[in-house]
Design a protein around this ligand. Sequence first.
Ligand code: HEM
Length: 158
Amino acid sequence: MADDQDLAETTRFERREAFASGVSARTGINEAMIERLVHNFYARVRADTVLRPIFAERIADWEPHLERMCAFWSSVALMSGRYHGRPMPAHANLPIGGSDFDRWLTLFEETAREVCPPAAAELFIGKARLIANSLELGVASSRGEILAPGERLRSAGT
Ligand code: HEM
């Protein structure tokens, strides 16, 4: 039994390694690139008049948040399994609407295109759009709303 579990664990590990090597070979993505992307992106968020206040209310110490976000992107892009959190509850009660998601994505896309080679930037941007969309739907549903196709999340309180 223990042997079976060890084998399953090894197989999972090897599959992840193979996946990460494939992504790296195609796009150049590695942990160092993820760190540059994350740090550069949140520097822009912290300088942005729209997003800064939302983050400033909730994040006093940026180091743990940046580390968590590197782990998140490592899990998303390289399937490293480094991230163990739950993004949805972290956003459910934020005072945000569709235009905040648009702003977040604009800054993220600008950063990815400046910091990463094109294939890597496209991979990050594609994933970010999908995740942003599912977070927007999730935040709406946590407010008891169901968004119709194409309908955007209303700003909280409007
Ligand atoms: C309107 C746009 C967004 C805003 C204002 C926002 C804001 C925040 C804030 C304030 C936190 C910290 C929550 C806390 O620690 O209490 C957070 C966490 C996080 N955000 Fe966002 N976010 C946005 C969009 C996104 C998108 C599009 C993604 C993914 C592509 C994302 C991924 C995450 C993740 C992974 C965490 C960490 C959750 C955890 O494990 O605790 N966010 N965000």
